[in-house]
Design a protein around this ligand. Structure first.
Ligand code: GLU
Length: 468
């Protein structure tokens, strides 16, 4: 017997740009599939026709590819179970609606939405879970006909079997148990004929042969409903794992307020994809190693058993840490593109490699590289307060000697420093800080020897001259 191929999926609704929460869900599903030599499928759940926009679908594919979260089945890639966009699957859904109708596991509901909303509100304010009363479940065929004749629109509701216990083993949260009596009959088709999430999501997982679903904890209570639906349709159910939500420092669900940005915004700010992956793969999931991991290692070390049940706390400092690690490892050519054309408009073409080698440890974002390009090659130098203080405490004579040493040795670092030491008696910080401050306007940055080698001679001389 051949073992069943593991198949995971990411099923976003294209109603906005990907945010870190759903990117992490995509990543976990992709890593699980890769770890098991399985398949990662992408499905666009655009059942909300008003809020789903083609622009968001396009952005989604682009963003996932930017992160190297390649899907083996799905939009633009194809596969045996397409189409992979729900709005193109209406014919299939109609077949399964008809099946449920034949088996009388569904019924038309004529309750006006305003009335349902009011009942819901009353139930919630009385501290009860909102649950459909079942009014239309008891209508006779004649009563239904009468309503249809009056032109009343009807949704389609799934009839929840009474007195059932729905049990399943959650991959993350362990054994789960729900009573069907706590679940109201729910809508699976809108009055305008549009399919509803519970239905399309469960049906598509079955038809696309999904074996494992990792999704947000906010879907946990949907699972017993979907299991009952799949049972009624005699379709197989995947295994579900509900992952803890991401929260901000104050413990509330992650939002813009906590500094969370869409993946697009992170990318535009210059975050590197491997930094985002190293960060997100550890947000609510643990690895044996705390060190940097290449994509293949992130996949190899991924385990469902390492997913945490406690909410995962978003920490921008951690993301920045992985960003620095990613910049340290990025190949020169790719870093050159990432730094941007504005940098290369300032740095001379024959100094590119030296510039990258010099500033790499001090750069986290393209804006930092641009700042260094301006400091090392630009005519106007901005001095910060510490630099000014270092220059002032060194005094004019120090810079007269520095200029003399530079005139004698140019960018030859060792002899220049030796001569300056001998002439001024300055050592350590008292020597390096004012020199660095006058040359770069800052008291920290790349190695001084590399800076000296990069700054055009005329510029270096002028900067020392200023303080003589
Ligand atoms: N379209 C749903 C969402 O974005 C999918 C939920 C699921 O993963 O099952 O929330």
């Amino acid at each position: 017997m051949t073992a069943l191929t593991l198949k995971t999926r990411f099923a976003p609704s294209p109603t906005g740009y990907l945010h870190l929460g759903n990117v992490r869900t995509a990543l976990f599903n992709a890593l699980l599939a890769r770890q098991q030599d399985g398949i990662f499928l992408l499905r666009l759940e655009d059942t909300d026709r008003e809020r789903s926009l083609p622009e968001y679908s396009r952005a989604l594919l682009e963003d996932l590819r930017w992160l190297s979260l390649e899907w083996q089945e799905g939009p633009e890639v194809g596969g045996p179970h397409g189409p992979y966009t729900q709005s193109e699957r209406q014919v299939l859904y109609r077949h399964y609606y008809a099946l449920l109708e034949q088996r009388e596991q569904v019924y038309p509901c004529f309750c006006p939405p305003a009335e349902l909303a009011l009942v819901r509100k009353t139930q919630l304010s009385a501290g009860q879970p909102p649950r459909y009363s079942g009014a239309c479940a008891r209508l006779s065929e004649a009563e239904r006909e009468a309503r249809r004749a009056r032109g009343l629109p009807a949704t389609l509701r799934f009839r929840i079997p009474p007195g059932r216990v729905v049990e399943f083993h959650d991959l993350v949260r362990g054994p789960q148990r729900f009573s069907s009596d706590d679940i109201g009959d729910f809508i699976i088709r809108r009055a305008d004929g549009g399919a509803q999430f519970f239905f399309t999501n469960a049906v598509d997982d079955a038809l696309m042969e999904i074996t494992h679903v990792l999704r947000g904890e906010d879907h946990l209570t949907n699972t017993p409903r979907q299991l009952l639906l799949l049972e009624a349709l005699q379709l197989p159910a995947p295994e579900y794992g509900h992952i803890a939500l991401i929260v901000g420092a104050d413990g509330s669900p992650l939002s813009k307020r906590h500094g969370s940005r869409s993946l697009r915004e992170l990318r535009e700010a210059g975050f590197l994809p491997d930094a985002v992956n190293n960060y997100l793969a550890r947000l609510g999931h643990t690895y044996d190693s705390d060190g940097w991991m290449e994509p293949a290692e992130l996949a190899a070390g991924f385990a469902v058993g390492h997913l945490g049940r406690a909410p995962a706390r978003y920490d921008e400092a951690q993301l920045l840490h992985w960003q620095a690690e990613a910049v340290a490892r990025r190949a020169d050519e790719s870093l050159q593109i990432w730094m941007g054309t504005a940098v290369w408009a300032r740095a001379p073409a024959d100094r590119r490699d030296d510039f990258i080698a010099a500033v790499r440890p001090n750069v986290r974002f393209p804006a930092d590289a641009l700042d260094w390009a301006e400091r090392l090659f630009g005519t106007d130098l901005a001095l910060d307060g510490e630099a000014r203080a270092a220059i002032e405490s060194a005094g004019n004579d120090f810079f007269r000697q520095a200029l003399a040493a530079y005139t004698a040795h140019g960018a030859a670092y060792q002899p220049l420093v030796e001569q300056l030491k001998a002439a001024t008696g300055a050592r350590g910080k008292a020597l390096f800080l004012p020199l660095r401050a006058a040359l770069t306007g800052l008291t920290h940055g790349p190695e001084l020897a590399r800076i000296l080698a990069l700054i055009p001679a005329e510029l270096a001389r002028r900067r020392l001259q200023t303080w003589c």
